[in-house]
Design a protein around this ligand. Sequence first.
Ligand code: 5AD
Ligand code: SF4
Length: 437
Amino acid sequence: MNKYYHIVTYGCQMNVHESEKIAGILADLGYKSCGSVNSADIVVFNTCCIRENAENHAFGNIGMLKKLKSEKKDMIIAVGGCLPQQMGKAENLHDKFPFVDIIFGTHNLHKLKEYIISKSCTKKPVIHIEDDSGIICEGENPCRTSYPNAWVNITYGCNNFCSYCIVPYVRGRERSRKSENIISEVKGLVAEGYKEITLLGQNVNSYGNGSDEISFAELLRKISAIEGDFRLRFMTSHPKDFSEELAEAIASCDKICKCVHLPVQSGSDRILKAMNRKYTVADYIKKIEILHKYVPDCAVTTDLIVGFPGETEEDFQSTLELVKKVDYSSAFTFVYSRREGTVAAKMAEQIPEEISKNRIMRLVSLVNGLTRKHSCSYVGKTVEILCEGYDEKKDMYLGRDTYGRMGYFKCAENAIGKFINLKVTSANGISLIGEKV
Ligand code: 5AD
Ligand code: SF4
C-alpha cells in the first residue's frame, strides 16, 4: 500500500534544502510525496524562528492539525528544525500540542528515519533535541524539488553572533564541508543536468576559516572550472569577510552570476556597532567599491532591519541615505523582532511597534522605487535568462538573468531548464516581461 508524505517548510533557502533532505529520508522509507496534509500519512513541519511571526505561523499551522489527527490516529506528525532547537521550545511544543509524534532539532535531522521507526513500533512520542556536535553529515540523498536549480551546503552554523540574531544559538558553530565533497556533489549535479548551483551558508565568505581548506574564492574558481553549461550563485555573504579575491573571482569566472547579496542591516554606525556587525558604513561602501572595480555591472542586494533597539529617526535616515547611495537592485526589509536569548533582547529602548511600522513603510517605498527603476532600465534590452518554472496564473514561463532579475515570457514548448534570450518589452515593478528571441 502506498504511503504519502507532506512537508511544510518555513524560512530560508537553507530550510528549503533541508526539507529536500527530509524528503530523501522519507522516500528511503517508502513514502511518496503528496500535495496536502489531508492525504498524508506523515506530515513534517520544518520550522524557522528567525522572527516571531515565522514562529507564530508554524504554531498556528501545527495547531490546525489537531482535528485531522483525531480522525486519522495513525498519521504521524513531526516538527523539526530551528523552532524546537531553541531552549525550552521542544517541551513547550509538546505541552501545547501533545498530538505531535516526533520533535527534533537542527542537529539531528539525519536521525529522522530512526525516530519514525521508533514511533511506529512503540507508539510513543519521540522528543529529541541534540547539542551542536560539530558533525557534518555527508552522503545524504536529497529529493531535489527545484530543478533546474540545486542547493549545495558549503558551511553550516554561524560564529558571528549579531546581537539581534537567534541563528548562532540554533544552528551551532560555523563548520565547513570539505572542498572535495562539495566539488564532487556539484560535478554529479551538473552531470544530472542541473543548470544553476547555489552554494549555501550563513556566511559563505568565511568558508574554510580556522582550517587548512581553500578560500571561498578558490572554491568558486574550482567549481567554475567544472565542465558543463551551468551558472553558479551563492548566499549569504557577510560584509566583514567580503574579500577583493572574491570580487576578482566573480570577474574572472563566467559561470558566476553577477549578483551579490550583501546584507548591511543598517546605515548607522551606532546601530551597526550595537548589532555587533563588525563594520562601519564606510567599510561597507569600500567593499562595494572594490566589487564594482572588478565587476562594474554587478547587482547588489541586501537585508535591512528597522526598529532595532535604540534606533532614532536620525539613524533611520542614515539607512535611507545608504540605500540610495548603494542603489540596491532589490532588498529584503524586516522589522526588528525580539528573540529571547539574544543580546539585543535585553537592550533598553525597544522601539514601539507604530514607529517601526512607519519606518518599514518608508523604507519599502524607497526600495520599491529603486527596484522599479532597475527593472525599467531593462526595457528594449535582450538578456539571457535560465527558465526555472511556469506560472499557471499568468500562463507564462519565468526565469532569472545573471543579475537575479525575474523575467516572464510565453513559449509553446516546455522551456524549464533552458537558457532563453529574452527581449524585454515591459517591466512590472520587480519583474520583467518579454519575448523569447
Ligand atoms: N529581527 C528581524 N530581522 C532579523 N534578521 C535576523 N534576525 C532578525 C531579527 N531578530 C534578518 C537579517 C538577516 C535576515 C536573514 O533576517 O536581516 O540578514
Ligand atoms: Fe545571524 Fe549575523 Fe550569523 Fe547572519 S551573520 S546568521 S545575521 S548572526
